[in-house]
Design a protein. Structure first.
Lengths: 1091, 327
């Protein structure tokens, strides 16, 4: 572009334009000059700088009214010259500076800024900006002498006026930018770095402007939001730059005590100068604090994130440079930056974190006691206000309030102990936490949700296969907030406290609160859990590592004392259910148990007074307390890791106790805790944990069994152990199961139902671990009957028996009937006897331990079969069934027991509540699988008549009944009996007359009027009967209905007449035909040739 | 109303055989783990860690024959055990070793526990039953015989059943109290090798005795229903001081607590009884075991509040009781 490279050429080119301009100051001439200038290279122009500037400056100085357009173009031209050259003379700089400034000053000496066009203002500001940048090296400093103070002051006030009062955004921003350059704080890197001395001098000068600048800027910053964020951002930036410069700790520290005397000739000017002594700085800091407060309030909620970001920068800058001078303002500043940690803009967040990190890393707080005091003061007032705020604010407000609190704590870092050591601070803080963390205990569901695992016969296979399940904290419902984030913040607050704070002090204090009132107990426990987690550095998000990491022994000590408190009787055994059974069994006795226990005297004082009416709220609250304590145990385990193992001695038992609790929430939480413990202590699975620590558990169980009041819980622990372990546990707990049995022996009347629960779980576990064979047997009903006979190993006795039978049958067939006496004496011994003798001959081979246990349990059950309480009887029948299952392979032992149990079982089958009959029938079926011979006669004599009577009598009812009937007990009983009767007949190998009785009773259920399920069950009975005695069944069925005509093969034979032939199609037809068809098929399959 | 008897503090299981003898070693440095030694019928000596309540080690040195006496010699690293294999073994347990360093063969086939007395640093006297009616005293660790105490011919005392070596104070003459099968207790002088005094306390064999040298009083129990307390006067004569009748017969072990305030008996009736030593006032009946209690032992914790009582029983369990806090 540059055409004229040498000064000569340039001069030649520029001269005409300059001359012209000097003669006539018109816009056109200026424009011409400008056009020429564009063609001149920068070095050439530098040579001609003053020459070119002369006509331009002259144009500005021309007396008479000014023409704005001219001035504007001249100023623009000047700035284009300056942009290309640099000013090397002090005088020129000063003159240009003042000339440019005067362009904006009002013509008369009125105080108001001149009413000039915005373009002009902008041009002048830009020219000034360019001028400041074109000043060469030290030359610029000539502007910053005491003597030029008035000039500078003029410029500053001019620019401030523009920044504040102009409407145009661009002017405002440019004015602020220009001002920034003017106070030597330009953002660009071109400027010379000031040395200390120079900076000090400039600082002295700028101090005079500080009040004006700061007040105006604060007005700009807090002005209308419509001015746009850029203005505000620039104003904030300028504000902190100037304040940070003038109030810099480094500069103030070097200010001499007294004001220096300036030479006499400058005395007028020296009056303008400010002495930045201690008094000045103090009063200035106070005033600034007010301004800062206002600004921070305003801009921390500014809608534009860049403004908030700049605010963070302000805090950062001031904190770094003026940590001492502006200490009074920091409470606001820190509050702002701490609050902005949760800003919605991620830039602001991350910058905030950086700044806080920086603050912490440079140990600004740690080294500055005053700052720590400010923070702790803030903390105190915030803690005081916290409950009120949490009550009144919305969730977002709560989040911001709490993040401020958290920020304070993080900033304080190790200095937290300063706060904690002050009683009032600690009180405030802890009370605030207590109130905020209050749980909502109104939910009824929590009280109602029960765990029914131990009841159902079908044990879910889930828990056994389930490996280590990490405990996840239950979701809690708080009174004052619902947002999860709020809780997380509170958690962090507690953890940070624990991380930096004195653990002993904290634990002691919160334990005090824990014990102080039931109202605080849950919250205090929650805080304690988090504090301990924090102390171990678990899940804490902090700005700076603490100096001394925690001693494991200290941690362990604290954990032990908290654990002791948690598992204390008064805090661990709370009423959590209004289940009458549980209450009557546990709690009244528990109190007496407490009194009986020598160490429990102090514990009972803490126990909440027994209330006659326990409200749901109380129960809910108790449940939560236990859950929180359980979570605490899990947390402690996580904190201590393998170090927790020795504590299992005391901690594992109570947790297992709760794992067996009936309240769903508690048992789930306890399982979670167990998962945590497994993980922390390095056990692969829950089963592993239980097995390896079974000695501790067994010890606890056996000791607790000795106390009547503790028995239900001890039983529960055993139950849980069995539930979550496998057969390998058995040898370890065998001992204690014996203890349970002997405890039961001592208290049949009172504790029977408690212990039956355990016996049930014991036998269920045994059945599951050792009774696998039974399941296989039950799977196939039909084929098994046929195949088992084929596959059974034929023993010698059987072969012998077969031949004896054969011989006898043959004799009978030949008419050789033996006399009755002989038959009775040697041929038909009582059915039980052969088995008995065989058991004798087999010898008393030692039973495997599990069978021995089942036997012991069964013996107890026999006593309890006729208990007065239906519930107990039902339980006993369940247990009995399981016992029988376990004892299946050990017939020698099962038979005598069956013999003893029979008399008590019969009334259950014949004259008890339908529920009991139902279960007793199941027991019967189980027994029949093994002791068929033994039962045959007794069943037919004692039970069958009653059963068939009741089947017959119920049939009309079920035939009439509607769809709801299938939910009634009567239906279930019918169904169970019909389903069980078939296999029973077969297993008992019943005689013909008895089979007929069964068939008669069941026939009526083949009616199409009966519910479908009953029909199917009745069909199954007949299928079994067919298997046993196809011919008579065929006859019976054809009596009812006969589809075919049987033509005699020869005329000499009489035609076959069956009663079913004549009958019309009736309600039985369908089922009977179906059965006959099945029979036909079976016959043809088994024996291809007709019989 | 008196407080009901306490429950055991905890119960140690896992010996899988009847427990015949117990010995605490808890008097060491604070950081040391308190230890309980137990000897059981299957010939194992179990070393129980009383912090974790678990077996630290099981020592097998008596050929699976019942171990009925375990004593420590200066701390828990040197152990003496006596078993039914007619051997008395000396163990070195330091640094986790489990080796038998020395052993003494006893001719006796009875159940008489040996008695150990420390006479000087690194020097012990051990009395043990020998042959039929004799008691032999050896010096350990040199195993040199000090004397053999033989009752007069025709005394018909039967076998020695229990022994107690003691001395009035350090440096004075060691004496031996021995209970015999015929129910008599004899005070022997080791230096003269002769009977100083004889007292017939029981109709049945003396099963166990303990002696309090400060009060010069001792107590013995037998298979009958009587506890006999006797005193030793200045002329070294034993006199019956008092007898105490029990409900159930049979005492298998008697131990006076080291502070001489109470004593504990192990009964065949499955119960442990606690008496005040001064007047033999019955204090408590500790009922936990389901079979004969074979032995009782008090711990030697330095801090009195930590002290424990342990009882071993035929039901394979060792019950640990904390009864100091209440008495």
């Amino acid at each position: 572009m540059a055409v004229f490279d040498t000064p000569q050429e340039a001069f030649g080119a520029l001269r005409p334009a300059c001359v012209r301009l000097t003669r006539a100051q018109t816009v056109e001439n200026v424009a011409r000059l400008r056009a020429r200038l564009a063609a001149v290279s920068a070095p050439a122009l530098q040579e001609l700088q003053e020459y070119v500037l002369f006509p331009l400056r002259f144009a500005l100085k021309v007396p008479g009214p000014r023409r704005e357009r001219l001035v504007q173009s001249v100023v623009q031209c000047i700035s284009s010259v300056l942009a290309a050259t640099c000013v090397k003379k002090q005088e020129l700089l000063q003159e240009l500076f003042s000339e440019l400034c005067t362009c904006l000053s009002p013509p008369s000496s009125s105080s108001k800024p001149a009413r000039l066009s915005e373009e002009l203002k902008l041009a002048v500001i830009q020219a000034l900006h360019t001028l400041m940048h074109s000043a060469y090296g030290d030359v610029i400093l000539s502007l910053y002498q005491p003597s030029t103070l008035p000039l500078l002051g003029f410029a500053v006030s001019l620019l401030l006026g523009l920044a504040e009062q102009e409407k145009a955004k661009q002017i405002k921003i440019s004015a602020l930018k220009c001002l920034q350059v003017l106070v030597l704080q330009c953002d660009c890197q071109e400027h010379r770095h000031l040395d200390e001395e120079e900076a000090q001098q400039c600082g002295d000068l700028f101090a005079s402007f500080l009040p004006g600048i700061s007040i105006t800027l604060s007005r700009v910053i807090t002005g209308d939001i419509k001015q746009g964020h850029k203005t505000t951002v620039s104003a904030i930036r300028l504000f902190y730059l100037i304040v940070g410069f003038v109030m810099a700790d480094a500069q103030l520290a070097r200010i001499p005590k007294n004001k220096e005397k300036l030479p006499v000739e400058q005395s007028r000017i020296s009056e303008l100068m400010v002495h930045r002594g201690p008094d000045w700085s103090k009063s200035t800091a106070e005033k600034l604090s007010l301004l800062l407060h206002k600004m921070v309030e305003f801009s921390s909620v500014h809608p534009h994130w860049k403004v908030r970001l700049e605010l963070v920068e302000l805090v950062h800058h001031l904190l770094r440079n003026c940590g001492r001078a502006l200490v009074a303002s920091f409470s606001h500043l820190l509050k702002a930056v701490v609050g902005l940690v949760n800003d919605e803009s991620s830039e602001v967040q991350s910058r905030c974190n950086e700044v806080l990190q920086g603050i912490a890393e440079q140990r600004i707080v740690a080294q500055n006691r005053a700052l720590a005091d400010v923070l702790s003061e803030n903390l105190h007032s915030l803690a005081t206000a916290l409950p009120r705020l949490m009550n009144s604010q919305d969730d977002a407000g709560k989040v911001s309030t709490l993040s401020v609190l958290l920020g304070y704590l993080k900033l304080l870092g190790p200095k937290i102990n300063l706060v904690l050591n002050s009683v009032s601070h600690l009180q405030r803080l802890s009370k605030a936490l207590m109130q905020v963390l209050e749980l909502d205990v109104a939910d009824v569901k929590i009280v109602e949700a029960r765990r029914w695992g131990c009841e159902g016969a079908c044990r879910p296979s889930g828990p056994l296969q389930r490996g280590v399940q990490k405990g996840r904290a239950q979701k809690k419902y708080f009174r004052f907030f619902t947002e999860e984030r709020v809780f997380q913040l509170l958690q962090q607050i507690c953890r940070v406290l624990g991380y930096y704070g004195n653990l002993y002090l904290l634990v002691d204090h919160f334990m005090g609160l824990y014990g102080e009132s039931g109202a605080y107990r849950k919250q205090a426990a929650m805080v304690l859990n988090e504090v301990v987690a924090g102390a171990a550095g678990l899940g804490v998000d902090v700005l700076r590592e603490r100096e001394v990491s925690l001693n494991v022994d200290d941690l362990k000590g604290s954990v032990v004392s908290i654990l002791d408190e948690y598992t204390d009787q008064a805090n661990w055994y709370l009423i959590t259910s209004i289940d009458t059974e549980e209450i009557s069994h546990e709690h009244p006795v528990q109190r007496s148990g407490l009194a009986a226990r020598p160490g429990g005297a102090c514990g009972s004082a803490l126990l909440p007074a027994p209330e006659p009416h326990v409200t749901t709220r109380t129960l809910n609250s108790h449940i939560w307390q236990i859950c929180i304590q359980l979570e605490g145990v899990g947390c402690f385990a996580a904190v201590l890791g393998k170090e927790f193992r020795p504590l299992l001695l005391s901690a594992l038992y109570p947790v297992l106790e709760k794992a067996g609790d009936k309240t769903l929430l508690i048992s789930e939480t306890a399982l979670g805790t167990l998962g945590d413990i497994c993980e922390a202590c390095g056990y692969d699975s829950l089963q592993c944990l239980i097995n390896e620590n079974s000695d501790y558990l067994v010890n606890g169980i056996s000791l607790n069994l000795r106390q009547l009041a503790h028995q239900p819980r001890a039983a529960r622990v055993l139950d849980t152990m069995l539930r979550h372990s496998d057969a390998s546990l058995l040898p370890l707990v065998e001992d204690v199961i014996q203890d349970v049995l002997s405890a039961l022996d001592h208290s049949y009347s009172t504790q029977a139902s408690t212990f039956l629960g355990v016996l049930h779980s014991v036998t269920a576990a045994l059945a599951q671990w050792f009774g696998a064979s039974r399941g296989e047997e039950q799977t196939g009903e039909w084929p098994q009957g046929a195949s088992s006979q084929g596959q059974q190993v034929v023993t010698r006795q059987e072969v012998e028996q077969f031949f004896l039978d054969y011989v006898r049958q043959k004799q009978i067939a030949e008419g050789n009937l033996p006399d009755a006496e002989a038959e009775e004496s040697d041929e038909v011994p009582p059915p039980a006897q052969p088995e008995q003798t065989s058991s004798d001959t087999a010898g008393e081979a030692p039973l495997p331990s599990h069978a021995q246990l089942a036997k012991d349990v069964m013996e107890r059950c026999i006593h309890l079969l006729s208990d007065g309480r239906l519930r107990v009887r039902l339980r006993v029948l369940d247990v009995l069934e399981l016992c029988v299952t376990v004892l299946h392979p050990h017939g020698n032992h099962l038979l005598p027991l069956a013999h003893r149990a029979w008399p008590a079982l019969v009334p259950r089958l014949t004259s008890d509540d339908p529920l009991a009959v139902l279960r007793a029938f199941k027991v019967l079926c189980a027994l029949a699988q093994r002791c068929g011979d033994f039962l045959r006669q007794r069943f037919c004599r004692d039970v069958l008549p009653k059963l068939s009577r009741s089947l017959l009598s119920q049939a009309p009812a079920s035939a009439r009944a509607g769809p709801v009937y299938s939910h009634t007990l009567a239906f279930k009983l019918q169904l169970a009996v019909l389903q069980g009767l078939g296999p029973l007949c077969e297993e008992l190998d019943m005689g013909e007359s008895d089979l007929n009785k069964v068939a008669d009773a069941c026939l009526i259920y083949l009616s199409a009027k009966q519910p479908m399920k009953l029909q199917e069950a009745a069909q199954s009975v007949f299928l079994h009967l067919m298997h046993m005695d196809p011919d008579s069944t065929w006859l019976l069925l054809t009596e009812v209905c006969c589809p075919h005509r049987y033509e005699p093969p020869h005329a000499s034979l009489r035609p076959v007449k069956l009663r079913g032939m004549e009958t019309q199609r009736n309600e039985f037809t369908d089922n009977v035909l179906l059965l006959l068809e099945r029979l036909q098929r079976r016959e043809s399959q088994e024996e291809p040739s007709p019989p | 109303m008196a407080l009901p008897p306490p429950d055991p503090q905890f119960v140690l299981r896992g010996t899988s055989a009847a427990v015949h003898t117990l010995h605490f070693s808890c008097g060491g440095q604070e950081c040391d783990v308190p230890i309980l030694f137990s000897g059981s019928e299957n010939g194992f000596i179990h070393v129980w860690n009383l912090k974790t309540h678990r077996v630290n080690a099981a020592l097998d040195g008596h050929g699976r024959k019942s171990v009925y006496c375990v004593e420590t010699m200066d701390g828990k690293d040197r152990l003496l055990s006596q078993g039914r294999d007619q051997r008395i073994c000396l163990w070195d347990l330091a640094e986790g070793r489990t080796s038998v360093t020395d052993s003494v063969f006893t001719e006796n086939v009875g159940f008489c526990r040996c008695s150990l007395l420390k006479v000087a640093q690194g020097r012990w006297l051990m009395a043990m039953a020998k042959a039929l009616e004799e008691v032999q005293v050896l010096e350990l660790p040199s195993k040199t015989s000090v004397c053999t105490l033989k009752p007069e011919v025709g005394a018909k005392l039967g076998m020695p059943m229990c022994l107690k070596l003691w001395q009035l104070n350090c440096g004075s003459q060691p004496l031996l109290l021995a209970g015999y099968e015929d129910g008599s207790v004899i005070l022997w002088s080791l230096s003269m090798g002769k009977v100083l005094s004889q007292l017939v306390c029981h109709q049945e064999p003396v099963m166990s005795l303990d002696f309090d040298s400060e009060k010069a009083k001792g107590i013995s129990g037998s298979s009958e229903k009587v506890l006999s307390i006797w005193s030793l006067n200045e002329q070294q004569n034993l006199q019956v001081y008092k007898t105490h009748n029990l409900v159930n017969a049979g005492i298998s072990d008697i131990t006076i607590r080291p502070d001489k305030k109470i004593l504990a008996t192990a009964g065949w009736d499955h119960r442990i009884r606690i008496f005040g030593w001064k007047k033999l006032k019955p204090l408590a009946v500790l009922d936990y075991h389901t079979a004969t209690v074979h032995c009782v032992s008090f711990s030697d914790h330095k801090n009195p509040s930590e002290r424990l009582l342990a009882a071993g029983s035929k039901d394979h369990r060792i019950s640990i009781w904390s009864i100091y806090t209440q008495t």
